[in-house]
Design a protein around this ligand. Sequence first.
Ligand code: HOZ
Length: 429
Amino acid sequence: MKTSRSKKLFAKSQKLLPGGVNSPVRAFKSVDRDPLFIARAKGPSVWDVDGNRFIDYVGSWGPMILGHAHAGILRAVRQAAEKGTSFGAPTERETLLAELITKVVPSIEIVRMVNSGTEATMSAIRLARAFTGKEKIIKFEGCYHGHADSFLIKAGSGALTLGTPDSPGVPAATASGTLSAPFNDLASVQQLVDQWKGEVAALIVEPVAGNMGCVPPGAGFLQGLRDLCSREHIVLIFDEVMTGFRVAPGGAQELYSVRPDLTTLGKIIGGGLPVGAYGGKKEIMNLVSPSGPVYQAGTLSGNPLAMAAGHEMLRTLSKSKSIYKKLEFLGKILEEGMNDHLRKVGLPYCLNRVGSMFTLFFTEREVVDFGSAKSSDTKRFAAYFNRMLEQGVYLPPSQFEAAFISAAHTEKDLERTITAFKKAVMPVG
Ligand code: HOZ
């Protein structure tokens, strides 16, 4: 595969951007190669600057559920741009998007738009603290809720990939406000709540973890969290930045029938433009400024281009429910194809999938939490990633990320992926 243009661009970007990139995982560091610079994308495919075409399972890390450069979304963005790119004033589309969100995700009665998932989660915990009058938060090891100080404690995603789950620079006082428990371990959460009786304001969780690879919640885990939070007056926050409008129209809370108090969103609701949102019960959300005293603001919040893209995205998703059936169908084909081959090869593995999110781990253990995710052989993952890439399949360049299928992928794309997979994953020795 020719990569000379990417290499040249990377040589230059390294002199100007930290590590040559604007977000760590895309630097490909943990898969031992230089990143590819992307020139364009359409449907299920991306092309790099050297002209190589790939079937894409990164999907911009989640937003591209309809595939890249979707005609309706492009039209909506173009039309919005013609009328001005930012006003810093209310627009009708913000309300239309809010209306769609609240209709599909009933636990969200009121929603505030922001610019990224990080903004959404950091604002949600401030709000929970104000609402409860308590200060500590509980998060789960290996879950990632963006890069605000309170969350870089045993964090997943790039922090885990690059070996800095507890980032330097986070004040000790802030870190001490965050308690962490193993994912899928209700007893540990109960223990923390007992230990810090009356001090826990919020519990934040990725209801399907996607930032230590894809790790589904075990039976009863989310409901157990719900019950515990209700008993202890703790605000339950589902971080559905990844899973919202992805694993079901109404996100993981619809799929598992558990209603959080607050939800954070991002990715899909921006149709590929920078967006985040947090929302939930009226009694909590009405504390947000200017309805209430909890301050949070943003010049580009509710940006007209992002609102137009997000509105078109959610409109398309809500008028064709069959998209989710298709995603499940495609996910199943891929899972079965990979499983068939893996059983023949005889390597230890665990393939986790929830709808159109999946991750292959090379471990003997069932991957249910941070510890079992970390038991995966990351060297083998890097080799697998590279062999897939060489055959035209672009997977997330880290063991600790979820891969995404889009509705633009076809059965043929999946067949090609499985064919590549058979060559990429080989018996040892
Ligand atoms: N940390 C994000 C994925 N979970 C984005 C990674 C990137 O864009 O480099």
